[in-house]
Design a protein around this ligand. Structure first.
Ligand code: FES
Length: 166
């Protein structure tokens, strides 16, 4: 059964609040999508469609903005976003063994970037601007320098323990 507009409005209450906060102007779209992404950790397709309807924009406009900017993700992301720098300095100092150790530890296989339990997303990035600390890994907004496969495993062990304890 299709949801009526008011049922949809209830379902997307948080999205409505965000749209109201910024106003239904096209120029607010990026700020609105940023805040929605903070809330949901990614931009689910049904929410983008809803935003288009609620803001009186075409879905093509909303999807266009959401796919144009690298900061937006249309795929679910993990609670912890782990970025391994693979810029030149980090690469020559062994970022790839660190990257592989992280993937193995969180159980990522093939081309998957996010674990099924949505706890971890593992990505590579180019230079994080902290080459003196190479190889560098960030977990959410924390920076870890001079990483080795052993060191990152200890950090992940600790994180996983905290997760289990919750
Ligand atoms: S190359 Fe990794 S921080 Fe610059």
């Amino acid at each position: 059964m299709a949801l009526t507009m008011s049922a949809l409005q209830r379902k997307f209450e948080k999205v409505n609040e965000i749209i109201e906060k910024y106003g239904k102007k096209k120029s607010s779209l990026i700020a609105i999508l940023q805040e929605i992404q903070e809330e949901y950790r990614y931009l689910p397709e049904e929410i983008l469609t809803y935003v288009a309807t609620a803001m009186d924009l075409s879905p093509a406009t909303v999807f266009g903005v959401a796919t144009f900017y690298a900061q937006f993700s249309l795929e679910p992301k993990g609670k912890y976003i782990i970025r391994v720098c693979d810029g030149t300095a980090c690469h020559v100092r062994g970022s790839m063994p660190v990257y592989n150790a992280i993937r193995k530890k969180v159980g990522l296989k093939g081309d998957r970037k996010t674990t099924d339990d949505l706890n971890f997303t593992v990505e590579t990035v180019s230079c994080l601007g902290a080459c003196g600390l190479a190889p560098v890994v960030t977990i959410n907004d924390k920076v870890y320098g001079q990483m080795t496969p052993e060191a990152i495993e200890l950090i992940l062990d600790q994180l996983m323990k905290e997760e289990d304890g919750q």
